[in-house]
Design a protein around this ligand. Sequence first.
Ligand code: UDP
Length: 380
Amino acid sequence: MSIRVLSVFGTRPEAIKMAPLMHLLQSTEGISHAACFTGQHRDLPLSVLDAFHIKADYNLHIMEEAQSLSGITSRILLRMDEMFTRERPDLVLVHGDTSTTLAGALSAYFHKIPVGHVEAGLRTFDKMAPWPEEMNRTLVGDIADLHFCPTLRNKENLEHEGVRGQIFVTGNTVVDVMRTTVRTNYVFSDPKLNAVDFTGKRVITLTCHRKENYGRQMEEIFTAVRMLLDKHEDVAVICPVHPAPAVKEYVIGILGGIPRVHLIEPCNVFDMHNLLARSFLVMTDSGGLQEEAPALGKPVLVLRNNTERPEAVEAGTVRIAGTRTDTVLSAAEELLNDEIVYHQMAHAISPYGDGNASERIVQGILWYFGLAEDRPLNYQ
Ligand code: UDP
């Protein structure tokens, strides 16, 4: 017996985190795999797949200029309907908390196809932050039949909500990815990164793109970074600028043209992971970076007021710096000025996985369909 698994993804983080899993699904006996790209983000996700030698079997091409959440969601639902007239998988896998995740799960449910949710159970318990991700992942928790949680806490969140189905604790697949991307002798593909002095300067990697930070918060955050540079001559900042116009306006307006600030194009994931590995500190509102930097022993300041990833805050490698100039500046200054605090954060243990999450997920799928005797043991 063989089962057909369809993985759905639409954004860069989904592509990165699903890549090692899709790879393994493709080579696992008893499974035939198809990858479906919704096109929620235009080009970035496909270039991620190329880097991992994975081909999208379906491209739903749903991207439109100035697309709204309702437009994205409805186009995915309609185009997945069409796809399901040709393709009848036994399981649909979705990842995380995007509009693709929600629409992909809902569409599979409408077609009575079981759904597996990878990176399940993350919660801030505030439905407006992050928006709309918190509600996307919560709704998918209700739809899914298989929940693959990175941590024990994620599993407990789902248990409190009384979700149906099988819950597994697997670790996060992003740690699997990092086993293949980070190398000591790595040469960046972006020449601007090869020109950075990582030994003579303390390099801060900065990313900021969340919708809740648009406007006033971004102004405050980038102002804090500017003040930090004025106060510390040995600090350099590298910021891969997110393509959203609302981000560009603020970052270029406040940090553009400043010496020791490198505003670069979004980098490929290999460059990104190796940039993190060579950084002194990471300042970000990204979810994925909060998992990746701790795995490399790099302190993270989160440019938000909450996080769905409290495990690394408790472990001591991540701090919530907020979005005001004074809180961001003082959190960064403490790390730059106090070696003991820095070393405590840099040496805390990362809670997000051991690099074997994809194997546990595949084992969970095989077990669910009666193709393996043993349920995978929980991570942690
Ligand atoms: N990333 C990347 N290039 C960049 C910025 C981020 O490859 O220029 C990667 C990052 O390493 C992580 C993922 O994209 O794996 C995070 O994406 P993002 O911050 O857009 O989304 P989030 O994780 O917040 O959903």
